[in-house]
Structure formats: C-alpha cells, structure tokens
Design a protein around this ligand. Structure first.
Ligand code: FRU
Length: 528
C-alpha cells in the first residue's frame, strides 16, 4: 500500500481530525434536521438511487452475493470518518438491488489489522466446517474471504456467518494464505464445478499479476498459476474478478472474463477497469487477445474496483456487477458530506461478437425500472422541435433515466446536455466523425476541488460506422452513467452540479441531427 500510505498518511490524520470537528459542529445538526425535514439522503449531492452509506467514507464494493432471498452488499468502509482509514466491511441488504437497508459493520478492523477488499461465497455443503446444521438437507452458511492489511503484510483471511449475514466470526486459524508479501490482496473466490473445487484469484498488485489458487475447504490453498503482466500495467493491479459468460450470437459459446482494476493508468487518468477475454480450465487463464491489447470496461473516469455478485447466476442466470463510482485521484476531496463514496448502478453483463472482436456488454439491472415515475416520450423529429416539447412539458430533474436514439443527419456532433442550469451543464455527445461518444464535465458544476476532476472522457461507438446511436443515460444528483448502443460502450462519471441545475437539452453541431426517439423518466428516490 505504498501508494495510499505515502499519499494519504499525513492528510489522512489531519483530515480525520477536521472531519471529527466538522461532524461535532455540523453533523449533529444535520441529524437533528433530518428528523424534521428528512434532510439525510436529501443533501445536494446525495445520490437518490445509487448506494451510499448514510455517513462516512466508502470505497470498493466487497463480496456482493445473493442468499436466501436477499442481496448483500459489503463495502470498504471507515466507521469513524469521512476519509479513508480503519477499513472495515460495511454492510447493507436489499430484496431488489434498488432499495437498501443499512446493517451494522459486518467485519471490523481489529488489533491493527484492517479488512481490505474480498468476496463472499455460499458454502452449500459445509466444505469449510463453519456451517451449523440448520437443516441436514441444506447445511449452508456464508463465508467471506478478505485481505487482512497491515503496513508490512497482506494476507487472505476468512470470516463466516450462520445467520444470513447478520453476524460474522473471524476464523481462528487466520490467515489462510500468507505469501509474506506487502502487496497481495483482493481475493475473489468462486466454486469451479468442472474441477470440483474453490478457485481464488488474488492480485499481486506491484508485479502486475494475478495468482490463481485452488482449495476444497476454503482453508487450505494451493497455487494453480499466474496471469500477467499484460494489458495496462501503468499502475497497480487490484480487485480481480473472473467469470464465464455466453457470447451473444455465437450459439451459446462461453468465454471467461478476467477483470483487473488498474490504478493509476486508467484510460481517463487515475483508476480504471480493464478486462481480458479468454478461457479458464480451472487452473490457467489463457488470454484470447494479444498480450498488449487493453480492453476497458468503462470509458469514464469513475468506475473502479468492480466486482460481480456471487450466486445470482444460480438463481436467475444473470451475472451482475457494480463498481465504485469514484477515482483515487480525487476521491478523498469530493465535496460530499457527511458521506464520501458511491457505488454504480448494478449492471447485467454479457459478451458480444463485434467486427472489432468480442466485447463486454453491460446493461442496467432491470430492477431499476421500478423507480420510473413521470414519463415523456417523443417520436421522430428535429432537435429544435424536441427541445420545444421538453420545455413545454417541463421535463427536468436531478434523477432521470433517458433513452435517446439519435440520427446524425448531416451534423458533425449531436447529443444531450443534462444537469443544465445557469452557466453549467454536462454534455453527453456523439462525434460522428471520430465515431466516439463522450461525456464532457468541464463545466458540470463544482469542479474546483481537484484539478484532475474536470475533463472530457470518450469511448468508441461499437460497431463503428453507424449513423444512428442509442444512448441509455442514468442521471443522479452526483453522477451520470451512459450506456451506448445497448451497453457496448459505457461511460461513468461523477458530477457535482448545483442543486437546481436540472434541465435537459438536445443539441447538434455543424449540421442538423434528428431524434429517432426520446424517452425520459423521473426516477423516484430509493431512500424514501
Ligand atoms: C482498491 C483498493 C484495494 C484494497 C482497498 C483498500 O480501491 O486499493 O486494492 O483492498 O482498496 O481500501
């Protein structure tokens, strides 16, 4: 953890003291207000349908899992302040992936050992011996596999729960995997049925490698193989994930996706999520692409530490993941209080064959549709007419879902501005000439807290060459996520606009574009 410790050591302590004083001065009054006017979860930048802790610092999502009719989300959490530190696993549960109920810290820092990122599994057949026999037919329990962190050493450890995740016990035999390394973290564990064993993939961050391990009881692990260096190596490798997905349009063929987060060295600067496509036989991952090729899961600046839910697949066939909607470059400075940190919306994953190759495709989890409220739908027309209709119908909001199908006409660029107000807006545009989609947040509102925050982030239109594009946009109080052409390109960016910047407006440049279709929904808050 050289990176974080050198960068955050002194400010962490100082900011922590400032945060404590600020909390004593203002936090209590915010709570007092909240009983009157429900101010908590109604703050200017408070995401209305993205997951945030009520207060304090959050980074990576950890160990998301579906178990006994509940989705569990754990996350890197500082129970004591609004800056990184005292890392523990925060916890929330949901019945629908949209409405979350906060639970007490699941796995706390203890004896100077912080609880870093990791995963959870359902131990269906009590392979670990941790499960109390709830019933002979189903002696299952939840097991968390996490990194224990001290300044000098990172090891892999277990904790287990026999009460649907409500309380956790750290395994007395911890650690279960110790390579005597300072950087060895973020274990993702899953059951590999063909070889009948648990497989762990964990990062050797500074070596730009991930290592695979196998186990039959989650307690004893043996090395299977290494992957890397490959792809992007300009920063440390963190938070790997590995899962199979069918390739759309290829008659049910399966490829394995190995997602590896990179910090710094992301495409847009700072933290970024890259992935590899290939085969995994239970021991070795073979990359199907040239070693130097980099594929990005997200072309925005704020999607990191992604991790997929365990065990949903068994229930409904979907592979769903989410990521931290921030970037280590400025996460410690974003102007939110009393919390800091937000998770992306959950996204269902698939693979699709394009002329450019097989690519990861992400689509917003369908459960989000339950938040849809007022709906406006416009058919084919020119941009000016559509803007007139939006004004007349007073279409605006700070929590919106927008589906916009655009036809380039003879324009060079077209798109939509969101969170628009006096002197500010965030532009989501299509450059038809470069065949790219971009999000420009250089004038999105509060950008001054860090010089690396403002910027324009672009990704390719897939397949290239089209004159039409479909944008599926999720706007919230402090973010925008854009799924282009059914999620073949995704751009996720944090934003900090003024509270009343809520207009939307279509535009085209150097010629006239048309809308083929425009749909807008106001999304209701998931926190009321
Ligand atoms: C990724 C990360 C992980 C680590 C955690 C610590 O953002 O650096 O590698 O486990 O955050 O909070």
């Amino acid at each position: 953890m050289d990176r974080r410790d050198s960068r955050m050591e002194w400010p962490r302590n100082r900011i922590f003291s400032i945060a404590v004083i600020a909390w004593l001065l203002f936090g209590t009054s915010i709570l007092a207000q909240s009983t009157k006017s429900d101010a908590l979860y109604d703050e200017t930048y408070r995401p209305q349908y993205h997951f945030t802790p009520a207060k304090n610092w959050m980074n990576d999502p950890n160990g998301p899992i579906y178990y006994k009719d509940e989705y569990h989300l754990f996350f890197q959490y500082n129970p004591f302040g609004n800056v990184w530190g005292h890392m523990s696993w925060g916890h929330a549960v949901s019945r629908d992936l949209v409405h979350w109920q906060h639970l007490p810290v699941a796995i706390p820092e203890e004896n100077g050992i912080m609880i870093f990122s990791g995963s959870t599994v359902v131990d269906w057949h009590n392979s670990s011996g941790f499960c109390k026999e709830v019933s002979v037919a189903e002696p299952s329990c939840l097991v968390a596999i996490y990194t224990g962190h001290t300044e000098k050493l990172q090891t892999q450890n277990l904790a287990y729960s026999n009460d649907r995740g409500r309380t956790w016990t750290k395994y007395s035999g911890n650690p279960v995997l110790d390579l005597h390394m300072q950087d060895f973290r973020d274990p993702k564990v899953f059951w590999h049925e063909p070889s009948h064993k648990w497989v762990m993939v964990a990062a050797l961050p500074t070596l730009h490698k991930v290592r695979f391990f196998g186990s039959t009881d989650l307690k004893h692990w043996s090395t299977l193989s290494d992957f890397g260096p490959a792809g992007g190596t300009a920063g440390v490798w963190e938070c790997p994930d590995l899962f199979p997905l069918p390739v759309e349009g290829e008659g049910g063929q399966t490829r394995w996706v190995l997602s590896i987060n990179l910090n710094p060295g992301g495409l847009a600067g700072g933290s970024g999520d890259q992935y590899f496509v290939g085969q995994f036989d239970g021991a070795t991952f073979v990359n199907a692409n040239p070693a130097e090729q980099v594929l990005w899961a997200d072309y925005g600046k704020d999607f990191y530490a992604s991790t997929s839910f365990s065990n949903i697949l068994a229930t409904d066939g979907r592979r769903i993941w989410l990521g931290w909607l921030l970037n280590w470059e400025y996460a410690g400075k974003v102007p939110t209080f009393p919390w800091r940190g937000v998770q992306s919306i959950p996204r269902a994953l698939s693979l699709k064959q394009f002329p450019e190759g097989i690519r990861l495709v992400q689509s917003p989890a369908k459960e989000l549709e339950t938040l849809r409220q007022d709906h406006v739908s416009l058919g084919e027309q020119d941009i000016a007419a559509a803007n007139g209709a939006l004004l007349a119908k007073r279409v605006r909001g700070d929590a919106l879902e927008i589906i916009a199908e655009l036809d380039s006409g003879n324009s060079a660029e077209a798109g939509i501005r969101v969170r628009k107000g006096k002197d500010e807006a965030t532009t989501i545009g299509v450059d038809w000439v470069k065949q790219e989609l971009f999000v420009d947040r250089t004038r999105s509102g509060n950008i001054a807290f860090d010089e690396k925050f403002p910027g324009r982030h672009a990704g390719p239109l897939l397949p290239a060459g089209g004159k039409r594009v479909k944008l599926h946009i999720f706007v919230d109080r402090s973010s925008v996520e854009v799924f282009v052409n059914d999620g073949s390109t995704v751009i996720s960016d944090a934003l900090f606009p003024s509270r009343d910047s809520q207009d939307i407006e279509l535009y085209s440049k150097n010629g006239e574009a048309r809308i083929v279709k425009l749909e807008v929904w106001n999304l209701q808050s998931a926190w009321r």
